[in-house]
Design a protein around this ligand. Structure first.
Ligand code: GDP
Ligand code: MN
Length: 389
């Protein structure tokens, strides 16, 4: 789960990290009021679940409070497109108005789980700011890395070492190493998958503050953090993914191809994506229905895939282990009765009760495209999608 910058900054502040003074507004007049209270130069920032706002016009620094209302009005109610969003962008329903900082240096500080190493890694760089992705690509040596043993956490001397390597003076080193330690505490306590401050600003008067903040939380730990759920903003998420979750279907992922996929099991889902590609196509989404024996759930799953406007053909590829393919077949038949199906449907069933499953489909008289091997299913789905495009 992602949260907005202003929400992330509140959490940072709770963990003792210094953030700029400011407030969040959903209307331009309210933004103007916050700016007036702050006084001086202010920065107006679009609140969206995506980075790259600075380069996309989502961050505006103005030289007096009176000038804050205009950019706030310009951002609110629009959709912001950045290099991290889809071409449609994401809606701007709130802006953060903050005191503008006199920036001397922009550093980078981030913590993620290193999937290969299987433990958290702290990354820091003197080359922070809007081009950090380019820095990581072109000169990765400019990014310092420190792996953390989760059983031990971050030793103070290691945080100080990192601050030394960022070429900070003594007073700033203390602030920066405290920031490293506190960010790690937050990362661990809230089960983050990402905690990032970019830029971590050093001001001309020597203060070290988080000018931007990004926190992502591991959904697998959501049950431990009921309080964080209140921070969720579904307006920023893909509408069909939100609908799927609301219907108790956790594993629906939107992609950008044209074949909608109903599968069971993450491994099978990945293999389906590969085979579609091999057959010259691409998935519009995949929905991992898991191990279920409830045909109504199959209908809900098909409904979601059928509602995706990018879908030109649906591929249902189920390997029944504990899930029974006859129940899946009943769900497919029920879906055709209850829903207005918009695309051709390719079905391949294998495993438990497959004879019964196949018979249910045959006797239904539905115009399904049947496939019996995995490859055949992928090829037929790609062909059907091309035909109906
Ligand atoms: P992002 O582009 O979505 O990562 O948005 P950021 O919050 O990082 O803002 C982009 C850039 O705005 C920063 O890298 C700074 O260079 C610039 N900026 C200039 N002055 C300020 C300021 O006072 N506060 C903040 N937050 N950013 C500023
Ligand atoms: Mn940033």
């Amino acid at each position: 789960m992602k949260v907005h910058e202003y929400q992330a900054k509140q959490l940072l502040a709770e963990y003792g990290i210094t953030v700029p003074r400011g407030g969040v507004a959903t209307e331009a007049t309210a933004a103007a009021k916050i700016a007036a209270d702050l006084g001086g130069r202010v920065v107006v920032k679009a609140q969206v679940h995506a980075g790259g706002r600075g380069k996309a016009g989502g961050v505006k620094v103005v030289s007096s409070p009176a000038e804050a209302e205009e950019p706030a009005r310009g951002m609110l109610g629009t959709r912001l497109v950045t290099h991290q969003t889809s071409a449609d962008g994401v809606p701007v329903n709130a802006v953060l108005v903050e005191e503008a900082l006199d920036v001397e240096r922009e550093l980078y500080l981030g913590i993620v789980i290193d999937g290969v190493d299987g433990r958290p890694v702290i990354m820091a760089s003197e080359a922070g700011g809007m081009d950090i992705e380019e820095v990581a690509r072109v000169s990765p040596e400019k990014i310092l890395k420190g792996y953390v043993d989760p059983g031990i956490g971050v030793h103070a001397f290691r945080a100080r070492g990192m601050a030394f390597d960022l070429n900070l003076d003594q007073a700033q080193r203390k602030q920066a190493s405290d920031t490293v330690i506190n960010l790690y505490k937050l990362f661990e306590a809230k089960d983050c998958s990402l905690a990032e401050i970019n830029p971590l600003v050093v001001t001309k008067d020597g203060r070290v503050l988080a000018a931007d903040a990004k926190l992502n939380f591991d959904d697998n730990a959501a049950f431990r953090h009921k309080d964080l759920q209140e921070l969720r903003d579904t307006a920023q998420e893909d509408p069909l993914e939100v609908e799927a979750h609301g219907k108790g279907i956790e594993n629906y992922i939107k992609l950008d191809g044209s074949v909608g996929c109903l599968v069971n099991g993450a491994g099978l889902a990945m293999a389906v994506l590969d085979l579609l590609k091999l057959a010259g196509g691409n998935a519009a989404n995949f929905l991992d229905i898991g191990t279920i024996n409830d045909s109504e759930r199959v209908v809900r799953a098909i409904d979601i895939i059928n509602s995706d406007p990018d879908v030109r053909a649906i591929l249902i590829n189920i390997f029944g282990g504990m899930a029974r393919t006859d129940v899946i077949a009943e769900g497919i038949v029920a879906a055709h009765k209850q829903l207005k199906m918009k695309s051709p449907v390719v079905v391949r069933l294998a495993g438990t009760n497959v004879t019964a499953g196949d018979r249910i489909l045959e006797e239904s008289g539905l115009e399904l495209i049947r496939a019996y091997s995995f490859r055949e299913a992928a090829e037929k789905a790609v062909e059907a999608a091309k035909k109906s495009s």
